[in-house]
Design a protein around this ligand. Structure first.
Ligand SMILES: *[C@@H]1O[C@H](CO)[C@@H](O)[C@H](O)[C@H]1NC(C)=O
Ligand SMILES: *[C@@H]1O[C@H](CO)[C@@H](O)[C@H](O)[C@H]1NC(C)=O
Ligand SMILES: *[C@@H]1O[C@H](CO)[C@@H](O)[C@H](O)[C@H]1NC(C)=O
Ligand SMILES: *[C@@H]1O[C@H](CO)[C@@H](O)[C@H](O)[C@H]1NC(C)=O
Length: 222
């Protein structure tokens, strides 16, 4: 198909491709997971949780310790030391130590291929009754989600819950934004998401191919 493309047409196709990729990447999958968490809770009359960027960044830090630990059956075999919360995650995120509050629950998981946030939520993060009861705990007031891809490897997700105040006085990021993360995504921060892969998801390529084909038909017969 590409062989038949004129030069202008090539440029047009590339523009479409860039536009599609840009549109795809604008959303933050970690924030989408928070939406699923809150929708699922409010459906059972539980209160919404505060989307804390400091906690989200710490969830990402958790995953950065686990990128080598996804088993071939999509189980995340990873137990970072609890002390890392204050000794590693908070300092690496620039979360002010005295504002670190209690972690009241966590849900983690991994998958060896790309999943949409809704699939990640139901298949990876909340696949069982046990995980659903963690999601529905009355102790939680805040939530933070991290998402990253291991180097050419699996995709990892982490939801951290906290029983903290559900205000911006907990998990405070120094200077408002904390320390810039070089890899991965986290919720609540309103920062661009770099999941650690430059590969285009297959459906983007397919979509732009279909688009190019349609335009070509219009040019030929229009
Ligand atoms: C997945 O594999 C690990 C070891 O690699 C094993 O311990 C675990 O039981 C397996 N889980 C399932 C659900 O098969
Ligand atoms: C990740 O897996 C390695 C090898 O199995 C293990 O030694 C390490 O403790 C695991 N990391 C964590 C944070 O659990
Ligand atoms: C909440 O999530 C669980 C696990 O994915 C799912 O089985 C259940 O249907 C969801 N509930 C609602 C109201 O969406
Ligand atoms: C949390 O809220 C309670 C009641 O509103 C308040 O007394 C307490 O100081 C707050 N804690 C923090 C750490 O802000």
């Amino acid at each position: 198909m590409w062989k038949n493309c004129s030069c202008n047409f090539y440029i047009f196709c590339l523009t479409v491709l860039v536009a599609v990729v840009w549109a795809e990447n604008k959303g933050n999958p970690a924030d989408e997971i928070v939406d699923f968490v809150n929708k699922n809770r409010t459906a059972t009359k539980l209160p919404k949780l505060y989307n804390s960027p400091g906690l989200g960044c710490m969830a990402l830090q958790f995953l950065l310790e686990c990128t080598q630990n996804c088993t071939s059956n999509n189980t995340l075999a990873c137990q970072p030391a609890e002390i890392d919360i204050t000794e590693v995650y908070a300092p690496n995120c620039g979360v002010e130590l005295p504002t670190v509050d209690t972690i009241s629950g966590q849900l983690v998981g991994c998958y060896w291929s790309h999943l949409n946030p809704d699939q990640a939520f139901s298949t990876v993060l909340v696949p069982t009754k046990k995980s659903l009861s963690v999601l529905h705990s009355k102790e939680h007031h805040e939530v933070g989600v991290g998402y990253v891809r291991g180097h050419h490897g699996p995709f990892l997700w982490c939801i951290l819950f906290s029983s903290g105040n559900a205000t911006s006085s907990t998990f405070v990021l120094e200077g408002g934004t904390g320390i810039k993360q070089r890899r991965g995504c986290f919720s609540g921060g309103d920062v661009p998401c770099n999941v650690g892969t430059s590969l285009l998801p297959a459906h983007n390529t397919l979509l732009s191919s279909i688009c190019c084909l349609l335009v070509q038909l219009v040019l030929m017969f229009g």
